[in-house]
Design a protein around this ligand. Structure first.
Ligand code: PRP
Ligand code: ZN
Length: 283
């Protein structure tokens, strides 16, 4: 059995369980249970507070966890083997009251900065040679300037709406974060085998999310140039069309610079480009 920690209720909870479901693993959803068994895979999910996860991973209480990079770094456990999962993207940033004059990092000198990330902030400020007074707060950091407890904050920003509704302005990003699948250094060899299978499935789902299947029609004279443009999995499939002198070309492309690629393909003569989602990519 693989024991996996997932955030109990928070920004990563739903997306974590969705990703596991996309791997073909059936779970009992909409439950408030602390332990969620999987029906068709040797997996047991333990729902817990994100702040507890690095310790559980380190001590081997769980074999693996889906945890935010920010939480991991704050705990000092960023050395664990991990896979970036591409969701839960946010940044840890410094924000100040919107009327405060901001002239760069030096403006923080001597200020009281409230945060739930004293370690990351402390490391950042000392690397930059800034002296400030870090006030550790466990939650609702965004209200501290308004009630006179701090002059600035260092907190997670995703949409920015929390800052906006509290009259704060983001002035400096400190780190970028996303959800990570981390493996316990204490994992047993039996669980490690299951983890390998689990992470193989995750990888296939993530690859599929990052790639598209495309088909296009091209005059035969343009095939060579199109192949040079396309960074496919292997070489593309090419089929003759009934219309002589034309072919249909099928391949898989990455979502990075996707539109740039389409522009290049059209420029060399590709027509009737179809783009389709992919469910899994097994290499
Ligand atoms: C973070 C942060 C803000 C909010 C920012 O809290 O502390 O409150 O998200 O998101 P926004 O820019 O989209 O408004 P989180 O949801 O992680 O909860 P927590 O503070 O209780 O850990
Ligand atoms: Zn949190």
């Amino acid at each position: 059995m693989l024991r996996l920690a997932v955030q109990k209720s928070g920004r990563l909870s739903d997306a974590s369980l969705d990703l596991i479901s996309e791997c073909g693993i059936e779970l009992e959803r909409n439950t408030r249970k602390l332990k969620i068994p999987a029906f068709n895979f040797p997996l047991e999910i333990l729902t817990c507070r994100d702040d507890d996860m690095p310790r559980y991973v380190e001590q081997g209480v769980v074999d693996a966890a889906i945890v935010g990079g920010n939480v991991l770094q704050e705990s000092g456990g960023e050395g664990f083997a991990s896979i970036a999962l591409g969701f839960g993207r946010c940044r840890l940033s410094i924000a100040v009251p919107k009327e405060m004059k901001w002239e760069g990092l030096e403006s923080l000198t001597g200020l009281r900065i409230a945060t739930s990330y004293p370690r990351i902030l402390g490391d950042f400020l000392s690397a930059e040679g800034i002296q400030a007074d870090i006030r550790e707060i466990s939650g609702a950091v965004e209200i501290t300037p308004g009630i006179g407890v701090a002059d600035a904050i260092c907190d997670l920003v995703s949409s920015g709406s929390t800052l906006l509704s509290n009259g704060l302005r983001e002035v400096l990003p400190v780190m970028n974060s996303e959800a990570l699948l981390v493996q316990s250094p204490k994992i047993s060899s039996a669980a490690l085998g299951i983890f390998a299978d689990f992470s193989f499935r995750i990888d296939a789902v993530l690859r599929a999310k990052r790639t598209k299947y495309i088909t296009l029609n091209t005059p035969n004279s343009a095939i060579e140039r199109i192949i040079e443009i396309l960074p496919g999995l292997k070489s593309p499939s090419i089929m003759p069309l009934a219309n002589s002198g034309w072919s249909s070309l099928h391949t898989v492309v990455s979502e990075d610079n996707f539109w740039g690629l389409i522009t290049q393909l059209r420029a060399v003569g590709a027509q009737g480009i179809l783009v389709m989602p992919i469910e899994k990519v097994i290499l």
